[in-house]
Design a protein around this ligand. Structure first.
Ligand code: COA
Ligand code: NAP
Length: 265
C-alpha cells in the first residue's frame, strides 16, 4: 500500500519488538533502512533479516546515551544512504518497580535512555533530515500522560519525550520537518509486555482493560508509523497518537489498577 522506495529510514532501538516491526514494514515498502541498538549480535541479526526483504540495510551498535556514538552513526548513514526521510526514535528501557524500589541510578538509567536518548537521536539526526519533507516519530507510551503505579521513572521519561516532540514541531515546521509521537498500547509478544505482564493473570487483566478487548500487534504500530510518515499525513505535526485499542481512555482506573493487580499489589 505504501511506496517508500528510494527513501531512507533510520530506526533507533530498531533491533527487536515494536521498532524492528516498524523497520521491517518500511523495508517491505522499498526503503533503505538503518537500525541502531547496543548489542552487536542484535544489530547483525536485524540487518540480515532486513536485507532478506531484498533491500539495503545497515546497522550500528551504539548506546543512545552516548551522543558521540549516536552522532557518528548518523554521519555514516548519511554518507552511505543520503539524507534521512524518516526517523523513528524508539530505544527505551523499562522495569516495573514501586517508586521506593527504584534507586537513583535506576531512575536515571530509564530517563537517560528514553528522554536524553531521544534528544540525542533527534538532535544528531537533524542536519541529515530531508528538508523539506522528513518525518520524525518518537515512540512514547500512555504512561506519558497517565500516571501508573510502578512506572514513576517511565511516566517521567515518556512525558519528557512528548515535550521533545512538541517543541521540535514548533521549531522545525519552518524547514518542513514534521515530528510526532506514537504511543503504543499493550503490544503482544514484546519485551515491554513481558516485563509489565509477566503471567497469565496479568495478561487477562490487561486485555480486559482494553476497550477493543485484545492486545495490539507490532504490525498495528508499523501501519500507523507508515501512514504518519507519508504525504497522507502532510498537515500533521506535534501530535501524540495513541495506538492502543482505547486503553488510555480508561485512565488511571484501567491502566494503573490493572498493572497493580498484575504485580500482586
Ligand atoms: N527493579 C529495580 N531496579 C532495577 C531493576 C528492577 N527490576 N532493573 C534494573 N534496576 C536498576 C539496577 O539495580 C541499577 O541500579 P543500581 O546501580 O542502583 O543498582 C539500574 O537500574 C541500572 O541497571 P543496569 O542493568 O546497570 O542498567 P542498564 O543501563 O544496563 O539497563 C535497564 C537499563 C535497567 C532499563 C535494562 O532493563 C535494559 O537494558 N532494558 C532494555 C530493554 C527493555 O527494557 N525493553 C522494554 C522497553 S519498554
Ligand atoms: P524492546 O524489544 O526491548 O525494544 C527496545 C529496543 O531498544 C531494542 O532494540 C534495544 O536493543 C534498544 N535499546 C535499549 N536500550 C538502548 C540504549 N541504551 N541504546 C540503544 N538502544 C537501546 O521493547 P519493546 O517492548 O518492543 O518497546 C519498543 C518501544 O515501544 C519502546 O520505546 C517502548 O517504550 C515502547 N512501548 C512499548 C509498549 C509495549 O507494549 N511493548 C507499549 C508502549 C510503548 P539493545 O538491547 O540491543 O540495546
Amino acid at each position: 500500500m505504501y511506496d517508500y522506495s528510494n527513501k531512507t529510514v533510520f530506526v533507533s532501538g530498531g533491533t527487536s519488538g515494536i521498532n524492528l516491526g516498524i523497520a521491517h514494514a518500511f523495508a517491505k515498502a522499498g526503503a533503505r533502512v538503518a537500525v541502531m541498538s547496543r548489542k552487536q549480535e542484535k544489530v547483525d541479526a536485524a540487518v540480515e533479516a532486513l536485507k532478506a526483504r531484498g533491500g539495503d540495510a545497515i546497522g550500528y551498535a551504539a548506546d543512545v546515551r552516548d551522543y558521540t556514538a549516536v552522532d557518528a552513526a548518523f554521519k555514516d548513514v548519511a554518507s552511505r544512504f543520503g539524507t534521512l526521510d524518516v526517523l523513528i526514535s524508539g530505544a527505551a528501557g523499562n522495569f516495573p518497580s514501586p517508586a521506593m524500589g527504584i534507586s537513583p541510578n535506576g531512575f536515571k538509567s530509564v530517563v537517560d535512555i528514553d528522554l536524553l536518548g531521544t534528544f540525542h537521536v533527534v538532535r544528531a539526526a537533524f542536519p541529515y533530515l530531508t528538508k523539506p519533507g522528513a518525518s520524525v516519530i518518537n515512540i512514547s507510551a500512555p504512561q506519558a500522560w497517565i500516571p501508573m503505579d510502578f512506572q514513576m521513572h517511565v511516566c517521567a521519561a515518556k512525558a519528557g519525550v512528548d515535550m521533545v516532540t512538541r517543541v521540535a514541531a514548533l521549531e522545525w515546521g519552518a524547514v518542513g520537518i514534521r515530528i510526532n509521537s506514537i504511543a503504543p498500547g499493550p503490544i503482544e509478544g514484546t519485551e515491554g509486555m513481558k516485563r509489565l505482564a509477566p503471567n497469565e493473570r496479568a495478561n487477562e487483566l490487561i486485555t480486559q482493560s482494553v476497550p477493543l478487548g485484545c492486545y495490539g500487534t507490532t504490525d498495528d504500530i508499523a501501519e500507523a508509523a507508515m501512514w504518519l510518515s507519508s504525504p497522507m499525513a502532510r498537515y500533521i505535526t506535534g501530535v501524540v497518537l495513541p495506538v492502543d485499542g482505547g486503553w488510555s481512555l480508561g485512565g488511571v482506573s484501567a491502566m494503573s489498577m490493572g498493572l497493580k493487580k498484575a504485580m500482586g499489589g
